[in-house]
Design a protein around this ligand. Structure first.
Ligand code: GDP
Ligand code: IMO
Ligand code: MG
Length: 439
């Protein structure tokens, strides 16, 4: 069996697929876990025993003592939120001394959050439904070449200088366009001082760290945030996030070569959810959607918003497989489907008179698509204690086979509950070489 040293784990739907759970499981055998995009718009949940951790910036590998965790250059980092997150982890006995921040990551500052909120207000009914964390404006400043990078945190005076250069413009935008009071330089520097003092020593050259780790044969996990359909290029634009969420971004978002992202595991729920606005063909406004939300406890990890729910959509999953080059699937929340009389998979879309199998490029086309379902028998058994595929009810196995066939990518892992232990590795799975046998 091929030995794998690096693996990207990415969301293959609209986020919240259970990436945190899958990464935590795989991180027990990882030397490094590196995020490569997004920021604290992410909410990744890790559960083991009575412990529940909700992580926003910090990679889900942090729970494993000894695993180096890296915030890659492709991220936007909110220093105030990150120090809070670290304090919370430390309070709960988690050693955070293994966290490193790429000096090339961009800082997501207080005015980005204001701009995010104000933009959403201005959009009114056309709002994106962002997490309100300042993500879009922080990436916009990066692309406009007026961002402040994490490297500036190594010295408070450097940070002050950079901020002094940019604040007049930010204040002008805040005041003149949005009628906001703006910020005073001295007050802002004082606001950030404690965070900068804490985070400055964690700043490093992320690419160099990864280059050396990979050359030394260490095992590296790339932790995706959000999901394929929220990707800035390939998602349901403009109802997307502001970063590249696909596996290829693990290379650019960390400064490593693409050969290190040959393996990519797409995390998918056995149904579909979305939080925020935008088209969602299999959204179910009726009983099934309600049941999935209740049983799956589908409320946002970051904002607490109820997630929109519907059946598994193989059209988007095939699309996610294509744009990521997925080499395997990790199916989560199979346990949530227990007790449903029947379960559906959308195999195609009907758009007017025609049936299409491929995901349309524009949301205008997507809006008029309705799903074409194939219906399968459900199962009643509680499967949360099952630890081997062969012990699943026949109907559940049948459903998994149908998912696999409809997406055209092998299922390598199945999750039957939020806990680390509620995980099934498929027979002949490439992940066996990652985690070792009989985990
Ligand atoms: P992420 O953003 O992709 O990491 O996903 P979230 O953590 O935002 O949301 C996934 C939710 O589902 C979390 O509350 C997890 O604890 C939970 N979860 C993950 N896998 C499973 C599973 O197989 N079964 C059940 N019932 N819950 C799961
Ligand atoms: P994880 O990593 C689900 C959604 C927001 C909104 C859109 C843009 O936990 O899967 P943003 O604040 O990024 O500008 O919001 O993207 N969104 C997510 N939805 N899971 C996430 O992260 C998300 N991060 C952003 O709801 O629709
Ligand atoms: Mg989440």
């Amino acid at each position: 069996m091929e030995k794998i040293n690096s693996l990207a784990v990415v969301g293959a739907q609209w986020g919240d697929e259970g990436k945190g759970k899958v990464i935590d499981y795989l991180a027990s055998r990882a030397d490094v876990v590196a995020r490569f995009q997004g920021g604290n718009n992410a909410g990744h949940t890790v559960v083991y025993g009575a412990n529940i951790f909700k992580l926003h910036h910090v990679p889900s590998g942090i729970i494993n003592a000894g695993t180096l965790c890296l915030l890659g250059n492709g991220m936007v980092v909110d220093p105030l939120v990150l120090v809070e997150e670290l304090a919370e982890l430390e309070k709960r006995g988690i050693d955070t001394s293994n966290l490193r921040i790429s000096g090339k990551a961009h800082l997501n500052l207080i005015y980005h959050k204001d701009l995010d909120e104000e933009n959403e207000k201005l959009l009114g009914e056309k709002k994106i439904g962002t997490t309100g964390r300042g993500i879009g404006p922080a990436y916009a400043d990066k692309i406009m070449r007026r961002g402040i990078r994490a490297i500036e945190m190594i010295d408070l005076e450097r940070f002050r200088e950079r901020l002094a250069g940019i604040l007049p413009l930010q204040n002008r935008i805040l005041k003149e366009i949005y009628g906001h009071a703006g910020y005073d330089l001295g007050q802002l520097v004082e606001l950030y001082r404690p965070a900068i003092e804490k985070l400055g020593p964690m700043v490093t050259d992320g690419s160099q760290v990864l280059f050396e780790s990979l050359n030394a044969g260490k095992k590296v996990l790339f932790e995706g945030a959000q999901g394929a359909l929220l990707d800035i290029d390939h998602g349901t634009y403009p109802y997307v996030t502001s970063s590249s969420t696909v596996a290829a971004a693990a290379a650019t978002g960390n400064g490593v070569g693409p050969q290190h992202v040959r393996q990519s595991l797409g995390v998918i729920k056995s149904y579909t959810t979305r939080v925020g606005e935008g088209p969602f063909p299999t959204e179910d406004h009726f009983e099934a959607g309600e049941q999935l939300r209740e049983r799956g406890n589908e409320f946002g990890t970051t904002t607490g918003r109820p997630r929109r729910c519907g059946w598994f959509d193989s059209v988007i999953a095939r699309y996610a497989a294509m744009i990521n080059g997925l080499t395997g699937l990790a199916v989560t929340k199979l346990d949530v489907l227990s007790g449903m009389d029947t379960v559906n998979i959308a195999v195609a879309y009907r758009c007017g008179e025609v049936e299409i199998n491929n995901f349309p490029q524009s949301i205008e086309e997507l809006k008029v698509c309705t799903p074409v379902y194939e219906t399968f028998p459900g199962w009643d058994e509680d499967i949360s204690r099952v630890r081997s595929l062969k012990d699943l009810p026949a109907a559940a196995r049948h459903f998994l086979n149908a998912m696999e066939e409809s997406v055209g990518v092998k299922i390598e892992l199945v999750s039957v509950g939020p806990d680390r232990s509620q995980t099934i590795i498929g027979q002949d799975s490439i992940l066996e070489s990652w985690i070792g046998h009989n985990q």
